[in-house]
Write a protein that binds this ligand. Structure first.
Ligand code: PRP
Ligand code: MN
Ligand code: MG
Length: 187
């Protein structure tokens, strides 16, 4: 397949991902069981779409699902550090426990912006469930709200990854695994 030919190395296979995602879902199920109101899982478009879909299938609790989108304005492909919400929630999250579902935390700017936004809408706690975490690239420390927790799938080495939601110029998101592209494709 042409898409596979562009991949130099696979970091997490479909099986690795599926195992880790069900572990995360079990942790969330355990942590939120006594909660009075179903938690709201908010997927961050576009990257988190597959992770959110897989995760919710394994959560054995009533939950709400919603989406939000953030865009970073500025030149070219680099964020200027001032993300703006461009597509907001449908649900009212006042007094609710919210779990932000992300594909990756990189500089932390997207998450910081989103957490502040959800807190301003009255969420009683904000947790984060990120499939990958790249702590080496962090510029901004995000703070959870209330008794929010941080769940992460894997720590990501400092490579540019594609697949399982991750894109290069909006392509490769549909690969069922996470890999690194051949360098000639992005250098
Ligand atoms: C990527 C990724 C996270 C964010 C992380 O999204 O999906 O949402 O950047 O970066 P940060 O921690 O440095 O803010 P992107 O803006 O590429 O949009 P996409 O999800 O539509 O690909
Ligand atoms: Mn994203
Ligand atoms: Mg992207």
């Amino acid at each position: 397949m042409a898409l596979d030919d562009d991949i130099e190395r696979v970091l997490w296979t479909e099986q690795d991902i599926s195992k880790r995602v069900s572990e995360l879902a079990s942790q969330i199920t355990d942590d939120f069981t006594p909660s009075s109101s179903p938690p709201v899982l908010v997927g961050v478009a576009t990257g988190a779409f597959l992770f959110l879909a897989d995760l919710v299938k394994h959560i054995k609790l009533p939950i709400f699902v919603d989406f939000i989108r953030v865009e970073s304005y500025g030149s070219g492909t680099q964020s200027n550090g001032a993300p703006k919400i461009s597509f907001d929630l449908k649900l009212d999250i006042q007094g609710k426990h919210v779990i932000l579902v992300e594909d990756i935390v990189d500089t932390g700017r997207t998450l910081s912006c989103l957490i502040a936004h959800l807190e301003s809408k009255g969420a009683s706690s904000v947790s984060v469930c990120s499939f990958l975490d790249k702590p080496a690239r962090r510029k901004v420390q995000f703070e959870l709200v209330g008794k929010g927790k941080f769940y992460r799938g894997f720590e990501c080495p400092d490579y540019f990854v594609v697949g399982y939601g991750f894109d290069l110029a909006e392509l490769y998101r549909n690969l069922p695994y996470v890999g690194v592209l051949k360098p000639e494709l992005y250098l």
